[in-house]
Every structure is written in structure tokens, then in C-alpha cells.
Design a protein around this ligand. Structure first.
Ligand SMILES: [Zn+2]
Length: 125
């Protein structure tokens, strides 16, 4: 995915296709007096195409604001992609304070065949 620069003619086409209106604030762009840029309706990082159909004119100031907002959305999309790729590492669960597992030597008890318990011989010795 490469970001190619538009020719002057293509820039004019984008502006004309939007009838000279900023895609973000909806106000008219005066191309002589105001700085304006061609922006991607769907950001490239979110899979938007680099074709003229995905491009609209916007004031430079409006465009800067949208790019700042898009950064969070793009970061989230990357986290989701990571999870789907199996590289997402969730926080590890903390085990509760350990108690010896009942019936093990560590419990210090042993269960007899009649169901009663007695101190484990290895512990009492
Ligand atoms: Zn604007």
C-alpha cells in the first residue's frame, strides 16, 4: 500500500468532484486564499484505498483534527488485529494464596480406605 502524490490535475478533480466543499466542516474551500489538502475518507491504515474515489478535499486545519482523532481508531484496529493473529497477551491471572491441595503430602493428612483421615506418616516422622 503506497501513498502516491496526486498531480495538480487530480487535486483539481477531487476539489471539483466535491463542488469545492470541505469534506470535514462542510464549508466552501477558497483554493486561492486557504490551504487545503486531499484527505482519505477511509484512512489508508484502516484499509481505505488510495484511489480518487476515497479522496475528498479538506481544509488543512480540519484535516489535522481528523488525523488526530483517527490515530486512536487505528491503534484499536491494530490491537484487534493482534488478538486475531494470536499475538495478544492478556494480563496473567494471579493465583490466590496457596493452600496445600487436599490429599497431597503437603496437606499433612492422608485419607484412609474407611474414609477417615490420619496424619501423613512422612509429616509425623
Ligand atoms: Zn474545513
Amino acid at each position: 500500500m503506497s501513498r502516491r502524490s496526486l498531480s495538480k490535475g487530480q487535486r483539481i478533480d477531487v476539489l471539483a468532484a466535491a463542488s469545492g466543499v470541505c469534506h470535514i466542516c462542510g464549508d466552501r474551500i477558497n483554493p486561492v486564499r486557504e490551504r487545503w489538502e486531499v484527505e482519505h475518507v477511509i484512512p489508508l491504515a484502516l484499509g481505505g484505498s488510495d484511489d480518487v474515489e476515497n479522496m475528498r478535499p479538506a481544509h488543512r486545519a480540519c484535516h489535522a483534527g481528523k488525523t488526530r482523532r483517527d490515530v486512536g481508531v487505528i491503534a484499536k484496529a491494530k490491537r484487534v488485529a493482534q488478538k486475531h493473529a494470536g499475538t495478544f497477551r492478556p494480563a496473567r491471572h494471579k493465583l490466590p494464596p496457596s493452600r496445600p491441595l487436599p490429599g497431597t503430602k503437603a496437606s499433612g493428612l492422608r485419607k484412609k480406605l474407611n474414609g477417615s483421615f490420619e496424619p501423613h506418616p512422612t509429616r509425623t516422622r
